[in-house]
Design a protein around this ligand. Structure first.
Ligand code: TRP
Length: 454
């Protein structure tokens, strides 16, 4: 079985080397494993809690998406999306809010720290604290529980949030008497390096000691590396690699042999200026090919948008039915579905007004079918099946699927409908975006009509 690994990246900053080594690189590596089903998303609703600078949030969303893609994230393999494209997340946030104990939220570290600062300053305890900050852990729990994530890779400062997500999931399960949610676990990667910044403290935006990953190009990278603080030992004097952030950063990019050689060079008295040049070249050789891809993405936001929309569709294929089930247990069903349980006959759809399937046999003997809209427009052509029963089973699944669960992948011509990660049918050719959007809308309508009839 695959482990579902999910993590969010708050979109307020510009990625730096510390983010790359500590989060992006290990996450991309994990996403390539066959036993991992990775969900990575941009936590732009969380960003609103920290910043009201719209331009900055917008820029950061784009930069972070481009960075992850440039770093090798394969959007066909992972589910990569923006939190704000998933309306089920704020909906679930409210459901969880209604089981969250206020006392638990009072104890959240970030909120408590803000209260302590106020109290120390002699202010009202809640001065300047938004309800957004207070609710931060519930929104984060919804991010995780909406997708039944098993493991959540985070920094140590986030462990409490994962515990709260477990608590909220457990409460909900308990109150409603079923295992609605998987209870997530924090994944703390011990061997992943925390990179020191220019001044030797942890590299962090809040210390203003970061080395940018792509911003400013290689010139900026080199200039910033030259500003790493060292001791005052002169060239020729032996250096202490174990107390040098320069060495720690080098080690995060180099293999064992290179690292041993660099250590020896420092012990042998390599000057700090030269050492910085060696470090720059080592990092640049990893970063240069990624930077090229990054710049290509940044120059083509439309390509990023397509990828993120597809990601949102994949994510919603899971979240939509989940929230629908929750609405039912919470008593939020539609009045008509409540009525049908008291034995109302289903309305019979008018003949001839429904989308329909047409099966046929290929020249090579395989079984296929087409789906036509209510107006007789061709929407889908299925893959060929040797066994007519398999074609029939697929029709049956498509009837029950509904638009919200349909995952479509844009291809060079037309789109492929995906089920369980496999293409099962394709749309007729659409070369430009507007015909593609029309086709998508028609297909969605037809799938919803079929599902409503089921
Ligand atoms: N709070 C996380 C951070 O600041 C970001 C985040 C938001 C997140 N939602 C999440 C991380 C869900 C993991 C899972 O680092």
């Amino acid at each position: 079985m695959q482990t579902r690994v999910l993590t969010g990246i708050t979109t307020t900053g510009t990625p730096h080397l510390g983010n790359y080594v500590g989060a992006i690189r290990p996450a991309v590596e994990a996403s390539r494993r066959d036993d991992v089903d990775a969900f990575y998303f941009m936590a732009d609703y969380h960003a609103l809690i920290k910043s009201d600078d719209a331009a900055r949030i917008e820029r950061s969303r784009l930069e972070i998406a481009a960075t992850w893609l440039a770093a090798g994230l394969d959007p066909a393999r992972v589910t990569f999306y923006r939190q704000s494209d998933i309306p089920e997340i704020p909906e679930l946030t409210w459901f969880l809010t209604c089981v969250a104990s206020k006392g638990m939220l009072n104890r959240a570290h970030a909120y408590k720290a803000a209260v302590d600062r106020n109290t120390e300053a002699g202010e009202d305890a809640d001065a300047g604290i938004t309800a957004g900050l207070y609710m931060y852990p519930v929104l984060m729990a919804a991010d995780i529980l909406a997708f039944d994530a098993h493991k959540v890779p985070v920094g140590r400062d986030q462990i409490q949030h994962i515990e709260m997500a477990r608590d909220l999931g457990q409460r909900f399960n308990h109150i409603h008497g079923r295992e609605f949610f998987v209870l997530p676990e924090a994944l703390i990667e011990e061997q992943v390096a925390t990179l020191p910044g220019l001044d030797g403290r942890k590299m962090s935006k809040s210390y203003d000691n970061t080395i940018p990953l792509f911003a400013g190009g290689k010139k900026q990278l080199r200039e910033t590396i030259m500003r790493i603080v060292t001791d005052s030992r002169l060239p020729g004097e032996p250096k202490d690699p174990d107390n040098s952030s320069l060495f720690t950063i080098f080690r995060a990019f180099a293999g064992d042999i290179e690292t041993a050689a660099f250590r020896q060079a420092l012990l042998d008295g390599l000057g700090w200026g030269e050492a910085k040049q060696v470090l720059y070249e080592r990092i640049e050789s990893d970063v240069a090919p990624m930077r090229e891809r990054y710049e290509a993405f940044m120059a083509d936001p439309a390509a990023i948008e397509v990828i993120l929309q597809q990601g949102a569709q994949k994510a919603r294929a899971i979240a939509t039915p989940k929230i629908k089930a929750l609405r039912e247990v919470l008593g939020l069903r539609s009045a008509t579905s409540a009525a049908t349980t008291t034995a109302q006959p289903k309305p019979v759809p008018k003949q001839g007004k429904m989308p329909r399937f047409a099966s046929f046999r290929d020249t090579d003997g395989n079984f296929r079918f087409r789906l036509f809209s209510a107006d007789g427009e061709e929407l889908l052509l299925s893959m060929p099946f040797a066994d007519p029963k398999a074609a029939g089973a697929l029709q049956k699944r498509l009837k029950a699927l509904g638009a919200a669960a349909a995952v479509l992948q844009v291809q060079s011509s037309g789109m492929a409908l995906m089920l369980d990660g496999e293409p099962v049918a394709s749309t007729p050719d659409q070369r430009d975006e507007s015909t593609r959007n029309d086709a998508l809308a028609q297909l969605h309508e037809a799938l919803d009509q079929l599902a409503a009839q089921e």
